[in-house]
Design a protein around this ligand. Structure first.
Ligand code: BTN
Length: 326
């Protein structure tokens, strides 16, 4: 797509690029370049054209389109096979359907809006258009099925790091909620298709509240957006590209050991529960303790009053902070 290539070149140059250079790099005529530049301007991009110097990208609209995303991605594999939908039911359902058809690892489904966005524990994920990110990444990890749930923590780390790049104090509420100022900005839903000893695929679905201004009453006390916390809008495509880059690096570290030992320190550095009191809602009996960190399997280490330490598995128990949301 010529549009993607021109956007990528303008972004990479950071300054002026002459019409001649653009023509040469793309192998098209000056008129063709001029037409695409005009198309981009109509979409809301601000492109300065200065005689004898060329074109310079000065501002991008907060669009979530294929060109916008592709021109920002700097990954080797994550998001290379990109599927963008203006409206869909759920990007997790789409990614699973693609996986069943044989789509490669790194396939990324992104939607501007979801009509049936799904959260954990059968909840809904509120997915209005024009302000947030809803995406699902397809992976085919070479690990055992019982190791796949760790990928949720790998994505949590990637998102928290990308949000921090925005100058926000993001943290992780174990196992995988990203929290800013005590409120949730991101949720992750991981789903897997596997045989007892073989993984067909794992899809990691992520919803990030980016530029949403207001929240429905039921979640207003516990949810916020990056824009609300930062006081200015955040580029969704830029954030998505940053998450993909961070994920690629964290995933490589995960695959080296097939556990979280390679990212554990980074994850713990962002873990809001660390050294804080937690209540573990274990079906066998609730108890309180202090969260000490995670082990290499991603389980939360909780020191009980009697001095013993429990490894809390995310699927088995739910955990509540004693003070506030975290
Ligand atoms: C949670 O409950 O915290 C998890 C929410 C996950 C929402 C994302 S949005 C993109 C992907 N598609 C879905 O239907 N759900 C996930």
């Amino acid at each position: 797509m010529r549009k993607t290539e021109i956007l990528t070149l303008l972004r990479e140059s950071g300054g002026y690029l002459s019409g001649q250079e653009l023509c040469g790099r793309l192998g098209v005529s000056r008129t063709a370049v001029w037409k695409i530049i005009n198309q981009l301007k109509e979409e809301g991009y601000e492109i300065e054209a200065v005689p004898n110097r060329g074109y310079r990208l000065t501002a991008s609209p907060d669009l979530l389109g294929e060109s916008e995303i592709r021109s920002r991605l700097r990954t080797r594999w994550a998001g290379k096979n990109l599927i963008f939908r203006q409206t869909t039911g759920s990007t997790n359902a789409d990614a699973k359907a693609e996986a069943e058809k044989g789509a490669p690892e790194g396939t990324l489904v992104v939607a501007e809006r979801q009509e049936a966005g799904r959260g954990r524990r059968g909840r809904q994920w509120y997915s209005p258009e024009g302000s947030n990110l809803y995406f699902t990444l397809l992976t085919r990890p070479s690990c055992e099925p019982d190791q796949a749930c760790m990928l949720t923590l790998v994505m949590a780390l990637a998102v928290a790091e990308a949000v921090k790049e925005q100058g926000l104090e993001a943290g992780i509420k174990w196992p995988n909620d990203i929290v800013v100022s005590g409120k949730k900005v991101c949720g992750i839903l991981t789903e897997m298709s596997a045989e007892p000893d073989f993984i067909h695929y794992v899809v990691i679905g992520t919803g990030i509240n980016v530029n949403q201004e207001a929240f429905p009453e039921e979640i207003a006390a516990t949810a916020t957006s990056l824009c609300r916390e930062k006081g200015s809008r955040v580029s969704r495509a830029g954030l998505l590209a940053a998450v993909m880059g961070r994920f690629e690096s964290a995933y490589a570290r995960f695959l080296e050991s097939r556990d979280l030992s390679g990212i554990r320190k980074d994850y713990e550095g962002l873990l809001l529960n660390k050294d804080k009191p937690v209540r573990v809602l274990d079906p066998k009996g609730e108890y309180e303790g202090i969260a000490e960190g995670i082990n290499e399997r991603g389980e939360l280490l909780v020191r009980r009053r009697d001095g013993t330490t429990e490894c809390v598995y995310a699927g088995e128990v739910s955990i509540r902070g004693i003070y506030g949301y975290v």
